[in-house]
Ligand binder design. Sequence first.
Ligand SMILES: Cc1cc2nc3c(=O)[nH]c(=O)nc-3n(C[C@H](O)[C@H](O)[C@H](O)COP(=O)(O)OP(=O)(O)OC[C@H]3O[C@@H](n4cnc5c(N)ncnc54)[C@H](O)[C@@H]3O)c2cc1C
Length: 292
Amino acid sequence: MCRQQSGLEIAVRGGGHGVAGHGVVDDGLVVDLRRMNGVQIDPDARIARVGGGATWGDFDRACRFYWLGTTGGRVSTTGVAGLTLGGGSGWLERKFGLTCDSLVSVELVTADGRLLIADETKNPELFWALHGGGGNFGVATALTFRLQRLPVTTLALLFWSMDAGPAVFRAYRDLIEQRAPDELGGAAVYLTGPPEEFVPEQLRGTLIAGVVAVYAGDEAEARDVLAPLLHWLRRGRWSRRCRISSCSRRWTIRPGFAITGPPSICRRCPIRRCRRSASGLRTCRRRHRRSS
Ligand SMILES: Cc1cc2nc3c(=O)[nH]c(=O)nc-3n(C[C@H](O)[C@H](O)[C@H](O)COP(=O)(O)OP(=O)(O)OC[C@H]3O[C@@H](n4cnc5c(N)ncnc54)[C@H](O)[C@@H]3O)c2cc1C
């Protein structure tokens, strides 16, 4: 049933991660592609043919047996088609380009019900529009990607207490801008420390600064590339000053892969012993002054 005959509003649902909600429509027809999630790999030609409803989890599961891959979504439940038709940004983009750069062809059902192939020779202008133009050109029932050899990938999660964030992020920016090879990708984020084993207990549930580093290579190489960042940390150049203005005490922040921040009021200050310090520094300070 084509759009013109039915007159219905049509929405296309792939992985369901479109935050604008365009994958569903009221009083219309939702073309739900979830069951078209097959992924076929041709390891010799290094090609993947992916169903219009496959997610990046489906894609990665099929590719990993052959040590092949391409730039994909950062979250495995995102749809391959939805992400690719919007361009597609991912961990490996510095090495392999945007996701759409690896597109070889797209099989598409247009609004008037025609089944087309778009590639560099057939319907080249439509193919160009499918490189980031969004999902408005038809229903992509299959996409074909060129794959890259990817024997091993290293992931590093680096955490710091929140107030180390500006210094850490500057160091990360300089590393990416000036020294890092294309194999290194990643992100710098503020996040709430998740309740996971690999997160130091004192950072769980608090706002922390993190760097996610993804390296298209082995761990030794990754450590080497990240050395300027890690080395800079190891010199312990960060210190934190006690929040009480009359106190001059400082701490050096303990460096490492997971840096735990010391409390922002030093142990010597009486305010630390006040149970009400959490409710407001001023009140507490006044109380201590009065009692002293
Ligand atoms: C948690 C999260 C993480 C994300 N991470 C990234 C990321 O790392 N990199 C990145 O680039 N983007 C990312 N995005 C954005 C995401 O790529 C887009 O929202 C994308 O449109 C989601 O596609 P979908 O198929 O999952 O969503 P859906 O809601 O199913 O689809 C969104 C729209 O895409 C179009 N579409 C989907 N499938 C097809 C198809 N087969 N044929 C034609 N049109 C189709 C339709 O217009 C549809 O309305 C993320 C989004 C979320 C929520």
